[in-house]
Design a protein around this ligand. Structure first.
Ligand SMILES: Nc1ncnc2c1ncn2[C@@H]1O[C@H](COP(=O)(O)OP(=O)(O)OP(=O)(O)O)[C@@H](O)[C@H]1O
Ligand SMILES: [Zn+2]
Length: 741
């Protein structure tokens, strides 16, 4: 690098939604390795000063050099990791998102603001081994300090020492006398010392299926080896992860583990930290900006051998990548639904391939995408068909809701089953996917229902605190005393939410604690963990909760799971609704009977004869997934075809429709002239056409081959960016959309 001539132009990605790069002139001495892609620079952009990233060093520009501004400063001594930059460029191209914005999204806030990427260190002071006490002299405070340090053989940090009213000068004086020594340590923990072995607690002896899966995984440690670990709930997938990670870390490589947002609980982290002696670094939304930077640095420098994080952790640079695991790979939280609409699981595949390392996707209910790839042989398909614990997962028992009286959403035979379970000394989990007291408030005299003024949606009735709330736009209203249409005072709840079911169960089972677990009841920090700790003590109890409870938790004393209503996904317009709802049902059902006693799962439904529901109940998720894949093939839908969705929204329906038609027309024209093999559908109204008082339309692109999609999308993005009328609306491109809403 040092001999190559200095470039005349730096092409820089600026954090902005504009899909283009900007040229600047170098200025000041280049860093040691010379000007190169990945260096952050401070530049003037319009009237602002921003932090950009060099993505190209060139000798020419499309503009005359005299028109270019020089950069203000280079912020890095060395470029940000090349693989990280590569992944960001890929992401930007694939998801049609501006590179500058993608880079900003993929780095910690403090780096975005221009802070250096370096480990924060602190000093630790210890009593020196061969110090000569005679050298202390007459220094009473220093003598006290020395005595305090003697009592802490592992040493104390400067901060702790100063908190005891000692000064740095006193420490320095002792150091000069050779009585204490000081060393620096990073905040994320020391560099791993594996002289004591990697494991803090021993691995479990694997059962046959686990051993077979692990064995196959061991064969592919040195290459790109994508595997689907498809194991029923409680089959011990996590144990397989732990033992595979052990093998990777033993080879001095790093493992990156992605888990769903609600899966990153202290319990999960605890399981990893208990097993390994080496540091396990967590990356999630609960970190401060400094902690996040520290974790990123520890991963980028290679000091952290194991990194666990939620969606955005896929962008964590690794110095010695060895393995990527995506746990609960079907989970919706891996897809970002706004801004940069990436899918962390799909990027994990791309990244593992680039690094030439194994990729492990784990789930009891794999996405149809991953199942399809396992069927076509793109992924190795590893099966765990039995639970690691004593009892097999319970089958779903469908319970007919039609024409039966309900209390808090539950019918009498279900309430009896709850009673029997509690009498036997066990716990019950009641799953209901609606928070609030009731889905809405209705007038019994005229049929009026509380609707949101801004959305095509009903408002949910909440009791704690009392209000009507729209779950789509967050508007709130006071609960009316009388019907706004006919004046009748006969206003009643329609349907049940978590609050109503909790209230009714607390009445029926006055002696038993009822814990409600949903977004509202767990707002306070640690509220969820406190409730779960209480529940894990094992006294009879009822848990009422939304999908927060459905996934990943190991609740050993739950033997009965009740699903209040299984019908949400059955007749929805979104073609993925049934897949997602079946995954959720199977996951909830998987919470039952995970320890000493077998489980039972009661599923209330208005449609006990629905063929899909019956297939799920009688033959399980895998059979339903097979049949759904077949339907997708016949209907030519993903994952058998590739899809992108263009969403358009604006304040006026007619203007939006006119513009959307024009856009779709031009797009079709372009598809013809580029001779692309793809279908362009729409514009059609979004499933909820009016949301937050804005109208929503969509255009869908479908193609047999992915390569056909991208030229059309790229053209469209540039066209829309340059189209003056399009400034009056909001538009976005969603590649591989996970929902049509
Ligand atoms: N080989 C084994 N021997 C004994 N117990 C095991 C073994 N493997 C796993 N277990 C235990 O079985 C229980 C379930 O395992 P684990 O949580 O890993 O399953 P999972 O497949 O990840 O479940 P889920 O998909 O429901 O989250 C845990 O308590 C775990 O300690
Ligand atoms: Zn609303």
């Amino acid at each position: 690098m040092a001999d190559s001539p200095a470039p005349r132009v730096l092409r820089i990605a600026i954090p902005s939604p504009l899909r283009r790069l900007f040229d600047y002139l170098p200025q000041g001495a280049p860093p040691q390795g010379g000007w190169s892609p990945g260096l952050r620079v401070r530049v003037e952009f319009g009237r602002r000063q921003v932090v950009g990233v060099i993505v190209d060093c060139r000798d020419d520009s499309d503009l005359p050099l005299a028109k270019l501004k020089p950069i203000q400063a280079c912020l890095d001594k060395a470029p940000l990791p090349g693989d990280w930059l590569w992944l960001c460029r890929f992401t930007s191209r694939y998801y049609q998102h501006a590179l500058g914005d993608t880079l900003a999204h993929a780095m910690p806030v403090l780096l975005r603001q221009g802070r250096p990427l370096e480990a924060r260190v602190r000093e630790r002071w210890q009593v020196a081994l061969n110090g000569d006490p005679a050298r202390l002299g007459r220094a009473p405070r220093q003598a006290e300090l020395l005595e305090m340090l003697r009592q802490h053989p592992q040493g104390l940090t400067t901060q702790v020492i100063q908190a005891q009213s000692f000064t740095r000068d006193q420490l320095k004086a002792l150091e000069a006398k050779g009585l204490v020594s000081c060393h620096e340590e990073t905040l994320t923990g020391p560099t791993p010392d594996d002289s004591q072995g990697l494991l803090a607690s021993p691995a479990l002896a694997l059962n046959d299926e686990q051993a077979k899966a692990l064995n196959q995984l061991h064969q592919g440690l040195d290459r790109f080896h994508p595997c689907l670990l498809h194991g029923v709930t409680g089959s011990g997938k996590t144990e397989v992860y732990l033992q595979l990670i052990e093998a990777v870390v033993a080879k001095k490589r790093q493992a990156l583990v992605l888990i769903p947002e609600i899966g990153l609980t202290p319990q999960t982290l605890g399981r990893f930290r208990q097993r390994f002696r080496v540091p396990v670094v967590a990356l999630h939304s609960g970190l401060t900006d400094h902690e996040r930077l520290d974790a990123w640095e520890a991963a980028a420098s290679g000091r952290a051998p194991i990194i666990i994080g939620t969606r955005s952790a896929i962008f964590t640079p690794l110095a010695r990548p060895g393995l990527i695991i995506v746990d609960e790979e079907h989970d919706g939280s891996f897809k970002q639904q706004d801004g940069l609409r990436y899918h962390a699981r799909d990027l994990a595949v791309v990244r593992a391939k680039r690094h030439g390392i194994p990729l492990l996707l784990g789930s009891a209910t794999p996405s149809l995408e991953s199942l399809h790839r396992a069927r076509t042989g793109d992924y190795a398909h590893l099966r765990l068909t039995r639970r690691a614990t004593r009892h097999a997962p319970a089958r779903l028992e469908l319970v007919d809701l039609k024409g039966r009286p309900r209390r808090g959403g539950l019918i009498p035979p279900v309430i009896d089953a709850i009673k029997a379970t509690l009498d036997a000394g066990h716990q019950v989990l009641v799953f209901i996917n609606r928070r609030g007291f009731a889905p809405t408030l209705a007038c019994h005299a005229c049929g009026w229902m509380a609707e949101c003024d801004h959305c095509d949606a009903r408002m949910t009735w909440h009791r704690q605190p009392p209000m009507l709330a729209c779950h789509h736009c967050d508007r709130r209203r006071v609960i009316p005393d009388a019907c706004p249409d006919c004046g009748s005072a006969d206003l009643r709840p329609l349907g049940s939410g978590t609050e109503r079911t909790e209230e009714s169960l607390a009445e029926t089972f006055a002696e038993t604690p009822v814990h409600r677990i949903d977004r509202d009841s767990t707002r306070a920090k640690d509220a969820l963990e406190k409730m779960l700790t209480e529940v894990r003590r094992g006294e009879p109890a009822i848990l009422v909760g939304t999908q927060m409870l459905a996934k990943g938790h190991h609740l050993p004393h739950v033997t009965l799971v009740v699903v209040v209503n299984a019908d949400a996904g059955l007749y929805a317009s979104d073609f993925r609704a049934l897949e997602h709802s079946a995954q959720l049902l199977e996951q909830v059902a998987g919470r039952a009977g995970r320890a000493a006693h077998p489980g039972r799962v009661l599923v209330q439904t208005m449609h006990p004869d629905d063929p899909s529901l019956r297939l799920l109940a009688e033959r399980g998720y895998d059979a339903l997934a097979e049949s759904l894949l077949e339907e997708r093939r016949i209907a030519a839908l993903p994952p058998l075809r590739f899809m992108a969705l263009i969403r358009l929204e604006g304040p006026r329906e007619d203007a939006l429709t006119a513009l959307a038609r024009e856009i779709a027309g031009e797009l079709r024209e372009q598809v013809r002239s580029l001779a692309l093999d793809l279908d362009c559908l729409g514009p059609v109204p979004a499933p909820m056409e009016r949301r937050q008082n804005r109208y929503h339309l969509q255009i869908a692109l479908m193609a047999e081959r992915r390569s056909q999609l991208h030229p059309a999308l790229e053209w469209l993005a540039h066209r829309l960016e340059a189209w003056p009328e399009a400034r009056r609306i909001r538009w976005s491109i969603d590649v591989d959309p996970q929902t049509l809403s």
